[in-house]
Design a protein around this ligand. Structure first.
Ligand code: ADP
Ligand code: ADP
Length: 233
């Protein structure tokens, strides 16, 4: 479902390649964790999946990335967005509404979900991720963990095949972090969404991800089952 073939990318203003000859396949339904040092290329890897590279950042790229049969270079960002939902690090910058239900509504309307289906979609996703009680809340009054849940719910409501998240627990305490991962597990198991998540907290990935990639200096350094990969580090 996701195929990197000899994919390399260098940002326009950078001397070095941020990603170097990546060859990798990810199948439908996987739960993949990504770790690596700061500057290793983790965010760039996620940008290659959702089309931010090459459509937003300029640079030199070689090779190709295919997502659900779409070549990311040939496809438009909105075509890709139907396959790949993204939750960025800066969720405050990502969210556009002041009330929770409007945030979910916005995406559904934007992606042309028929009006008669929208109410049910909102109710279903809030229930599924266990935040029905937040429906009418003002987003600015929510805790960091609650905001993160809303951001994920808003993207999951679009029913993407793949969900890409960049450090979703960066600002969260251990308990909220665990709740976010339980939510991701549920989306993976019940909605069969492929999860790809960049995370600093290795313990969370060793518990929740089924596959772990370590990215180092723009290359896939290790790739395997979490306990095997962590044994080798
Ligand atoms: P992280 O390491 O958590 O991915 P960064 O601080 O590296 O976050 O990057 C945050 C933002 O700054 C991203 O949008 C990234 O593309 C951009 N960025 C990172 N490094 C550079 C750089 N050398 N020049 C310009 N923008 C950069
Ligand atoms: P990570 O997410 O692992 O911290 P990034 O993917 O953000 O790493 O960055 C990989 C490399 O690309 C780093 O050397 C970073 O400085 C560089 N980089 C990231 N974004 C930009 C950008 N917008 N312009 C130039 N260089 C960038």
């Amino acid at each position: 479902m996701i195929d990197f073939r000899d994919f390399s990318f260098k940002y326009k203003k950078s001397e070095d390649f941020a990603l170097k000859e990546i060859n990798l396949s990810i199948e439908k339904g996987e739960f993949v964790g990504i770790i690596g040092n700061s500057g290793a290329g983790k965010s760039t890897f996620t940008y290659a999946l959702n089309g931010i590279i090459p459509h937003h950042f300029e640079g030199d790229f070689y090779g190709e990335v295919n997502v659900n049969g779409l070549d990311t270079v040939e496809s438009s960002p909105s075509q890709l967005a139907l396959s790949v939902g993204s939750v960025f690090q800066d969720i405050d910058g990502q969210m556009v509404s002041s009330v929770v239900e409007d945030e979910i509504l916005f995406g559904l309307e934007n992606f042309g979900v028929p009006h008669e289906d929208i109410e049910k979609r909102i109710t279903d996703i809030l229930k599924m991720v266990g935040i029905e009680e937040l429906r009418y809340r003002n987003i600015s009054t929510l805790s960091g963990g609650q905001k993160q849940k809303v951001a994920i719910a808003a993207v999951a409501a679009l029913m993407p095949d793949i969900l890409v998240l960049d450090e979703p627990t960066a600002e969260l305490d251990p308990q909220s972090s665990l709740q976010i991962y339980n939510m991701l597990r549920m989306l993976n198991e019940k909605m069969k969404i492929t999860i790809i998540v960049v995370e600093q907290k290795i313990m969370l990935l060793s518990e929740f991800s089924k596959r772990l990639l370590i990215i180092n200096e723009g290359s896939i350094f290790l790739d395997g089952k979490p306990h095997e990969v962590l044994k080798d580090t």
